[in-house]
Each structure stands twice: as structure tokens, then as C-alpha cells.
Design a protein around this ligand. Structure first.
Ligand SMILES: Cc1ncc(C[n+]2csc(CCOP(=O)(O)OP(=O)(O)O)c2C)c(N)n1
Length: 532
């Protein structure tokens, strides 16, 4: 117990440890990564032997977490928002099976796409799966929600979806921690086979159980200490906040609220409280980070009054919410405190000097130029996506993790030649391997470059699941060993690299090239650590 200055991510991690966590399962992704990293380096987690090794992707992470929950243990599963797309198959079905040991699934959403390929609000997934959700308004609440959330999950028999967003994950605040709990003893579910075997006859029953549970979830939301109604005299306007928006509203009212406020941080919608606010006020303003989810629901319950928010343009439809934007929605004159001073020159991100991806792209670009615009390079998500920018301008696509190999295959099926894919080592094991099997099964005419820097560099240098085994994995999937070509991406090997790329483009079948050189960031970190 004590008082700490925690990032939102750290508050989540420490709360889970304190609540008797037995394992965290996750795949890195901003802004969720620090949760798992905190547990990996926590001496207490180490002493307790809490599982914290990275999983290969978010789906494997969630299924592994479910297995630990099945054994009766408390488990955390973390990912960035798009990670839940990968894990969605498991997520939707846990809503049918339920859990055994308490399970909290953390989705860290990234509105404004600071480090993401899209903007999505994963409260949609919570509603879709009809599961209870928590969305803290500050770091202390993040801690408390996780600390108590395992018990709630066990009581309900369902996982809890905890939604945080970038500012919550990556800003610090004082957090009071609570007493350390013992881990759960192992106990498998007595009714396991009727819940965890989702054959249609059993799944139908489980779906009814889920539907029947909705009333309980709503009642819990209505009685939750996290959902609070603050009364105030001026009822011409009522304000609804979701998650961190409550903090932003409070910043605009240092002396206390002028209008009644309904603070929502537990879902489903606390209908009784919402109806009370609608009944008392002339108009509503809805403040939420992400999609107009609560706003749409309130439109259903509050047909007779005007509701302002993201749908009527009072707040912009995209991007993060900020205290300033909330102020503007309240009709305040705001002069932004956050303008970037003119002396700061805006620079696009770039690959590090000395990075192996640079040498790979330089060689690739020269060979690709020989095909006079016919070659297409389908790429993927990682540091090497920066090959899209000058000076390289080397890639033609970046859609989702794994889509390089599969898009190259489809393009090759359509007749594009040469069809190339560039993918990183971690992305390859995350979701490139199955696409490679599709290529092998049809002997597609594709040339795949796995640009291997032996780490997951983009998210800060976490372990990569296939390090040292990529060639063996490709051979195991069925790529002909003669067409798995290793290279070391260095200037001195430039001509040799170009020759290999040319030869493998001209080979009519599946080739995998593996330029491998350690990420210079992890290398210099290791060097520094060895000097200590
Ligand atoms: C579904 C999903 N999960 C996680 C991420 C976050 N993320 C972006 S790239 C990446 C992996 C990058 O590693 P690697 O493929 O080895 O390339 P590197 O950055 O090392 O060059 C991760 C984890 C994401 N964008 N999408």
C-alpha cells in the first residue's frame, strides 16, 4: 500500500498485481504496451511468478488468458484497439462461455491515431458482445476498477472490458494502492463442459443466459459507485460525460458544476440515471472520447429534448477530446495553450540512421526500378512502413498486420508481376505465417521480404516471437529451402543483395528473402546495459 505517481497503464498493472493476478497475456501496441512491461519488470510479479511473456498476437493472448481463467486464476489480457479486431473471434465467444477466474480485457484506444492505422472506439465491441465495461476517468479510478474488477468478473461469470484511451494510458497522476491479495487457488469450472463447448445446442442456451444477464448488468451500472449524478441549479443544460471526459469537464469548472452532470464510467448505460437527467433538463450535452455511442443511446431515451455532441457538430466527429474542446462546446472563449511554437520545425518520422530496413529498401528500390513501374510492393505495419516516405517511397500499401503477404498473393493471382511483400519479423509471426501457407498451397508467384531486426522495434523493442527461427518456420510452412535466402543488409553487401532480389523475383513461385541485422536501438541499449 502507498501513494504513487502512476501512468494510467502502470495503475492498471499495479492494481492487477495487487488484486492477486496470476498472468498477463498481451501483444505490444501503443498505448497499451507499458501495462505488460510494468508487470515484466515488477519485482513483486517476479517473486510471485506471474506469467508475463509476450504472446504472438492478440488472439493467441486472449485464448491463453481464457485458459488461465479456466484454471480458476485471475488474468489480464491487454492490447491496443486494433488488437481487439484480431482477437474478436475469441472475444465474442467468451461472451457465450463466460469465464472462471476473474478476467479483465484491456483495450487501449488511440483516438487521433497518434500511433495507429485507424480510429475505432472499442466500446462498440463491448456493446456488440453485450459485456460489462469500465472506462476510468482518472488513474485512481483505473487502479480501483482493476483492483475490484476481478471480483466483479468472478461474481458475474463474465470478462470485464476495460477501455482506456491514449491520454489516460500515458499521463501520470497520484494513485493510492491497496493491500496485496493472494492469488486464486487452481479450480476448474464444475459446469465447464456446458459452458466451454460451444456446440450449437449448448451455445443457444448460453446466448439466452447472456441475454438474461443484461438486466443485471444494467442494474449494476445504475448502482455503481463509478456512475455518479451531480446535481446543480441551472437545469437549462444537463451534461453527460463518459470516461476521461469527466476530467476535462472538471478542468472547465474548477469551482464546481453549474449544470447537473451524469458521469458514466461503467456500462451498459445506467438507464435510470440517464432518464432522470433527461427528465430534469431542457437540453443535453454529451462528452465522450471516441464515437457518439452514449449520445446515440440517449437519443433513444431522450427523444423529446435536444441533445448536443458529436452528432450535431457541437464537437468534432473525429479525433481526441480535449479540455479546450469541452470548453468550446460549453461556449467558452478558448485560446489554445497547446499551440506548437513557430521555432519548432515539423519533421516527418524517419527510419533511424544505420537501420537495416534502410539498406534493404535501397537495394530493393534499385531492382524494382528495373521493372519500370510494373512492380508493386505490398508492405505491412512496423518501422519499415516508413519506407513509404522520402527518400525511399518504396511501398504501395500498408493496411493491417499481415496484409502484405496476402495482398501480394491476391495481386499476383490477378496478374501483377513482380508482386512483392515487405513484412517485419514480429508482424510475420503475428499474422503473416498463415498467408504464407496460402502462397505455398498455390505456389503463388510472390517474393516476400521478411525484414528481420530481431525485435518488435516499432513499439519499443519487445521480444519477437520468431527470432532465430524465421527460415525454419518458412521451410516448415513449405517454402522450398533453395528459395529461402538469407542476407545481411549492409552497404558492402549491396550488389549481392540486388542479385538475390532479382533472382528470386524471376523465380516463378514463392520466395522468401530474410535480410537480418539487429535493430540499432536495441543494440545500443544492450551495449549501454553491458557497461553498467
Ligand atoms: C493488430 C495490431 N497489433 C499491434 C499493433 C502495434 N504494432 C505496430 S507494428 C508492430 C510490430 C512491429 O514489429 P516488426 O514487424 O518486427 O517490425 P519493426 O517495427 O521491428 O521494424 C506492432 C506490435 C498494430 N498496429 N496492430
Amino acid at each position: 500500500m502507498g501513494k504513487h505517481l502512476f501512468l494510467g497503464d502502470e495503475a492498471v498493472a499495479q492494481a492487477a498485481i495487487d488484486a492477486g493476478l496470476s498472468g498477463v497475456y498481451a501483444y505490444p501496441g501503443t498505448p497499451s504496451t507499458e501495462i505488460t512491461e510494468y508487470i515484466q519488470t515488477s519485482p513483486l510479479a517476479g517473486e510471485r511468478g506471474i506469467h508475463s511473456r509476450w504472446s504472438t498476437n492478440e488472439k493467441t493472448a486472449m485464448e491463453e488468458a481464457l485458459g488461465m481463467s479456466y484454471a480458476g486464476k485471475r488474468v489480464l489480457c491487454c492490447m491496443k484497439h486494433v488488437g481487439l479486431n484480431v482477437a474478436a473471434d475469441c472475444f465474442m465467444n467468451i461472451a457465450m462461455s463466460g469465464i472462471n477466474g476473474g478476467m479483465i480485457i484491456v483495450t487501449a484506444d488511440d483516438p487521433s491515431m497518434h500511433s495507429s492505422q485507424n480510429e475505432q472506439d472499442n466500446r462498440v465491441y463491448g456493446n456488440f458482445a453485450m459485456l460489462p465495461m469500465l472506462e476510468p476517468s482518472n488513474q485512481q479510478e483505473a487502479y480501483d476498477m482493476v483492483y475490484n474488477g476481478f471480483e466483479l468478473s468472478e461474481k458475474l461469470g463474465y470478462p470485464i472490458l476495460l477501455r482506456i484511451t491514449t491520454r489516460m494510458a500515458h499521463s501520470r497522476s497520484g494513485v493510492v494502492t491497496r493491500p496485496l491479495k493472494a492469488e486464486n487457488a487452481m479450480h476448474t469450472p464444475e459446469d465447464g463442459r456446458s459452458r466451454f463447448i460451444l456446440l450449437p445446442a449448448l451455445a443457444r442456451k448460453r446466448f439466452r443466459v447472456l441475454l438474461d444477464a443484461q438486466q443485471t448488468f444494467v442494474k449494476l451500472s445504475e448502482d455503481s459507485p463509478y456512475n455518479t449524478y451531480f446535481d446543480a441549479p441551472d437545469k437549462r443544460l444537463g451534461i453527460v460525460t463518459a470516461g476521461i471526459a469527466f476530467n476535462y469537464l472538471s478542468e472547465n469548472y474548477p469551482g464546481g458544476f453549474e449544470h447537473p452532470v451524469l458521469k458514466i464510467t461503467q456500462y451498459p448505460l445506467p438507464v435510470r440515471l440517464a432518464v432522470k437527467l433527461i427528465g430534469e433538463c431542457d437540453e443535453l450535452l454529451v462528452l465522450e472520447e471516441g464515437f457518439p455511442i452514449v449520445e446515440k443511446q440517449l437519443n433513444f431515451y431522450g427523444k423529446r429534448i435536444t441533445i448536443h455532441g458529436r452528432l450535431d457538430g457541437t464537437l468534432k466527429r473525429d479525433g481526441e477530446l480535449t479540455p479546450d474542446e469541452v470548453g468550446r462546446a460549453l461556449g467558452r472563449q478558448i485560446t489554445s495553450y497547446y499551440a506548437v511554437p513557430e521555432v519548432v520545425e515539423q519533421r516527418p518520422p524517419a527510419l533511424c540512421q544505420g537501420c537495416g530496413h534502410r539498406d534493404m529498401y535501397e537495394a530493393l528500390n534499385e531492382v524494382v526500378a528495373e521493372y519500370k513501374g510494373a512492380a508493386k510492393v505490398f508492405s505491412d505495419i512496423g518501422c519499415y512502413t516508413l519506407g513509404a516516405l522520402p527518400p525511399f517511397r518504396a511501398i504501395d500499401s500498408c493496411i493491417d498486420m499481415g496484409a502484405s503477404i496476402t495482398m501480394a498473393k491476391g495481386a499476383s493471382d490477378a496478374g501483377i508481376f513482380p508482386a512483392l511483400a515487405v513484412i517485419g519479423d514480429s508482424t510475420f509471426t503475428h499474422s503473416g505465417m498463415t498467408g504464407l501457407l496460402d502462397c505455398v498451397n498455390e505456389n503463388s508467384n510472390v517474393t516476400i521480404i521478411i525484414s528481420d531486426n530481431e525485435t518488435t522495434a516499432m513499439t519499443g523493442g519487445q521480444d519477437s516471437a520468431g527470432t532465430g527461427r524465421l527460415a525454419a518456420i518458412c521451410a516448415g510452412i513449405g517454402v522450398a529451402p533453395a528459395h529461402i535466402r538469407a542476407m545481411i543488409p549492409l552497404k558492402k553487401n549491396f550488389e549481392e543483395m540486388k542479385t538475390i532480389i532479382r533472382e528470386e523475383i524471376e523465380y516463378k513461385g514463392v520466395s522468401v528473402l530474410i535480410p537480418c541485422r539487429e535493430c540499432i536501438q536495441t543494440l545500443s541499449r544492450k551495449k549501454k546495459e553491458s557497461k553498467k
